[in-house]
Design a protein around this ligand. Structure first.
Ligand code: B3K
Ligand code: ZN
Length: 871
């Protein structure tokens, strides 16, 4: 184990920088093996006179430093592995620093690196220090001018942030370009791209009538696959004007797709860089989920121009300021483009799967963390998705109009600044006149509150007393919690399914059919009057807070809600709760709940009315979702119960599934739009049930579905059904798919992922074999996530009792740490739920964790995840 344990950085230690950078002029002479970077920094001292200038730097070769034009001697500065320190500086000065870097050696994909022969950068959070020495912190904002020089043939396209100032040819087959970004920005938003790229172009006229050139750069041959991203971009630009009054500010907006990228995409000012997985789409290669994700991520990165770039974060503890808000903005956009009901279900599903899991485990942290070892580890579901939920709650509490006032105020007041979460909340307080002190606890306390509800109906007085109580379990470092400010949206349903009015005691008019209660105490009573019959409680409508809403419904109440709740989210929720309860009971030996199975009948009868919603009603909770409800997770029992319920539902409604399946066949040309996608989703949900058995009839249907598919969504649905089967048709289809898409890495990722997700016993062996496949490359994060990430999400096989799954992921994590520590740490997150398993599995996982912590030279990223997981 390493002796020099990485040190944590604490929010309480924040202090403003001692120096300011007004301008930085960068000069890149590109070469994959040795790139020369000149940086001219115009600076001023803002702190104490004797404060030395401490610049960050990592993996840099320092060539020279000059102060106000005069080269510094070796004894006038000091350099260590992470800093360049210069003492005795005047009040204002110009520094010239020359460094050399090796982009082709940069497997961490942070800083300047090469991907398929092109140069690209990733600087958030702390990658700029791998390009040159700098004050690599988000509260240092400067104006950037970037000169790029490179071979003209190999790198005809030279891009950076802002506007193109000049370009030209140079002797020796070289050329150059100079870009200038007039908006002061932190260095994490710096970007550079150089390569031989194809492009598509379009334009957008902003609300004030300015024309903006839009360009998307991709590998030659992929131009058509960028059209959907371009269309999404234009819709996002328009939406941000309408929904938030935000207009784009530069004359040009560019996006570049790259193959090797650590996550989805990056909002560099005027030059977004995208993982090609969330940019490229065609009907033959992308699923409906891919289209939805591309639309959402394009919008997300574009929206960052205001929530992130023009207003950035003071320090990384404020990360959710830009990420939570921007997620909330992209969710609003996608909901408007598609279906609010379905989008909300998808959001909550993802939140529970990832964020609730995080909140319940050893890596739990508040939306505003107090400390970190590696900030890369804090780009989490808590910062992003829970952060977005907090904004949704603020909107619920202050109302739509005041919400817009608050965001207008925030954009006006903090434009050009590096702001804090506190600045944000204050805008809401001022716009609404409300005291949000207690609401701030949502940013400070980790963990998922449980809101318990008990209702007492008094027939004689027609009153209904609702007792709400909140509890929040301790999380690491937070043994005691205070009650939170929780908006609880609710309604009452009568036995016939009709909504009842909610009139609170003391009100003299009949109340509305839905209201939002504010739970602020550990427990509170709300008395409703004039309640004509005992109501069924519909609590937490629209998922009004990132909490567990625990209501003790009878199975009959649940089916009433499934059929009649006017809140579509709670209709879905009632079905999920019923299905989960049914499977839990099956694990105790019960047979499948006939009420639940029967309740799907009306869902099928009405399925054509809203196909995407019906598809969601028909999809059972995932195995890992069921696991969250169990004190000790039993992956085999969960799998068996889920399969059992699928088969029962399939048998009970076979005729209806077959009828719908036949009626929903593809007609007309492909459209990625919500309606067409909903139709495919419903048809594929039917296929899931029609192929419930592992027999030749099911295999034949799945195979036919696959072969007759005219788009990737349907192909994948056919293949997914086959992965569960023993029929020879499975291998036949997988081979066919492989050969058809042998040249398309993104599609082969799907092929790998499906095999890694198979419940069959040989999955672990197959995954090990696939790691040797020519298409697999441990240096490309997409390949690693597609195969190993998908495998660790396969609860049944990752948690195989013999430990073979743990060993596989452990081996990959240890190997990857020396290549790409960020991705290694991310993959290691697979172990975060380990204490919820039985002692034998825990022992096997512990061994993997200890073995990993013992590797020599472990990265601080992996050290942080492993040591916290083990703690
Ligand atoms: N801001 C980037 C994420 C950077 C992750 C750095 N480890 C993408 C986004 O959230 O839009
Ligand atoms: Zn973001």
């Amino acid at each position: 184990m390493r002796t020099d344990e990485p040190q944590a950085i604490h929010l309480k230690d924040y202090h403003a920088p001692d120096y300011k950078v007004f301008e930085i002029a960068l000069d890149f002479v590109l070469d994959p093996a040795a790139t020369r970077v000149g940086a001219r920094l115009r600076m001023a001292r803002t702190g104490a006179e004797d404060a030395p200038l401490v610049l960050n730097g990592e993996a840099l070769k320092l060539v020279s430093v000059a102060l106000d034009g005069k080269l510094l001697a070796k004894d006038e500065y000091s350099v260590d592995a992470e800093h360049l320190t210069i003492p005795n500086l005047p009040e204002k000065f110009v520094l010239d620093i020359v460094t050399e870097i090796a982009p082709e050696q940069n497997t961490l994909l942070s800083g300047l690196y090469t991907s398929k022969g092109m140069f690209c950068t990733q600087c958030e959070a702390e990658g700029f220090r791998r390009i040159t020495y700098f004050l690599d912190r988000p509260d240092v904002l400067a104006v950037y001018t970037t000169r790029i020089e490179a071979d003209r043939k190999l790198y005809p396209v030279l891009l950076s942030n802002g506007n193109l100032i000049t370009k030209g040819d140079l002797p020796g087959g070289r050329h150059f370009a100079v870009w200038r970004d007039p908006f002061p920005k932190p260095c994490y938003l710096f970007a550079l791209v150089a390569g031989d790229l194809g492009r598509i172009e379009d334009e957008f006229v902003t609300m004030s009538g300015r024309k903006v050139d839009l360009k998307i750069f991709v590998e030659h041959g992929n131009e058509n696959k960028a059209l959907y991203a371009m269309d999404s971009l234009k819709r996002a630009m328009k939406w941000d004007e309408e929904a938030y009054g935000r207009e784009y500010d530069l004359d040009i907006f560019m996006i570049v797709a790259v193959s090797a990228f650590n996550f989805g995409a990056m909002e560099n000012k005027g030059l977004n860089i995208f993982n090609d997985k969330v940019l490229l789409a065609s009907p033959e290669t992308a699923t409906d989920d891919d289209y939805g994700r591309i639309e959402g991520v394009v919008a997300h990165e574009y929206f960052h121009n205001w929530s992130g770039d023009r207003i950035t974060c003071r320090d990384w503890f404020q990360l959710s300021l830009k990420e939570g808000f921007t997620v909330f903005r992209d969710q609003g956009f996608s909901a408007d483009m598609r279906s609010h009901a379905v989008k909300r279900i998808e959001e909550v599903r993802a939140l529970r799967l990832r964020q609730f899991q995080e909140d319940a485990g050893p890596l739990a942290h508040p939306v505003q963390p107090q400390s970190y070892i590696s900030i890369d580890n804090f780009y989490t579901a808590t910062i992003y998705e829970k952060g977005a939920e907090l904004i949704g709650m603020l909107k619920t509490l202050v109302g739509d109009e005041t919400y817009r006032k608050a965001t207008d105020l925030y954009f006006a007041r903090h434009d050009g600044q590096a702001a804090t979460v506190e600045d944000w909340v204050r805008c809401f307080e001022e716009a609404s006149g409300r005291d949000l002190s207690q609401f701030r606890l949502w940013y400070a306390q980790a963990g998922t509150p449980v809101v318990g509800a008990k209702g007492l109906y008094d027939k004689s007085t027609k009153t209904y007393t609702l007792s709400l109580a909140q509890t929040l379990r301790p999380t690491p470092g937070q043994p005691e919690k205070k009650p939170m400010h929780i908006p609880v949206r609710l309604g009452f349903i009568g036995k016939s399914g009709a909504s009842l009015p909610l009139t609170l005691e003391g009100e003299n008019a009949t109340g509305p059919e839905e209201r939002v209660l504010e739970l602020t105490e550990a427990s509170q009573n709300f008395v409703f009057v004039g309640v004509e019959e005992e109501p069924i409680l519909s609590l937490g409508r629209g998922f009004s807070a990132p909490a567990v809403f625990a209501v003790d419904h009878s199975p009959a109440d649940r089916t009433t809600l499934m059929a009649h709740d006017p809140d579509s989210f709670n209709r879905w929720e009632a079905g999920q709760t019923a299905a989960r309860a049914a499977m839990m009971a099956m694990m105790q030996g019960a047979s499948p709940d006939p009420l639940y199975v029967a309740a799907l009948g009306p869902v099928l009868d009405k399925a054509m009315e809203d196909m995407a919603f019906a598809a969601n009603m028909l999809s059972l909770p995932l195995e890992s979702e069921i696991a969250m409800a169990m004190p000790v997770v039993d992956p085999d029992a969960i799998h068996a119960a889920r399969m059992g319920l699928v088969k029962t539902v399939a048998a009970a409604h076979r005729a209806k599934f077959a009828e719908l399946y036949a009626a929903l066949g593809e007609d007309g040309p492909f459209s990625p739009e919500a309606k067409a996608a909903g139709k495919r989703a419903l048809r594929n949900a039917c296929l899931r049930y029609l192929t419930a058995e592992d027999d030749e009839a099911a295999a034949t249907l799945a195979h036919r579905h696959y072969l007759s598919a005219t788009n990737m969504t349907d192909m994948i649905a056919g293949l997914a059904a086959l992965t569960r089967m023993s029929s020879a048709k499975k291998d036949e289809a997988f081979t066919h798919f492989h050969d058809r898409f042998a040249k398309d890495a993104l599609v082969l990722d799907k092929w790998m992922g499906l095999q890694a997700g198979s419940p069959r016993a040989d999955t672990v062996v197959r995954v090990r074999a696939l790691m040797e496949h020519a298409a697999f490359d441990i240096k490309n994060p997409n390949r690693v996530r597609a195969l190993v990430g998908a495998f660790s999400a396969n609860q049944l096989r990752f948690h195989a009792a013999d430990g073979s799954g743990y060993a596989l992921v452990g081996d990959v994590v240890r190997k990857l740490d020396g290549i790409n520590a960020q991705v290694a740490a991310r993959m290691a997150g697979a172990f975060e739920t380990w204490r919820r398993f039985d002692p034998a599995r825990q022992a096997l996982i512990r061994a993997e964790l200890e073995k990993t912590l013992a590797i020599s030279g472990i990265s601080s990223n992996l050290f942080e995840v492993m040591s916290k997981t083990l703690a």
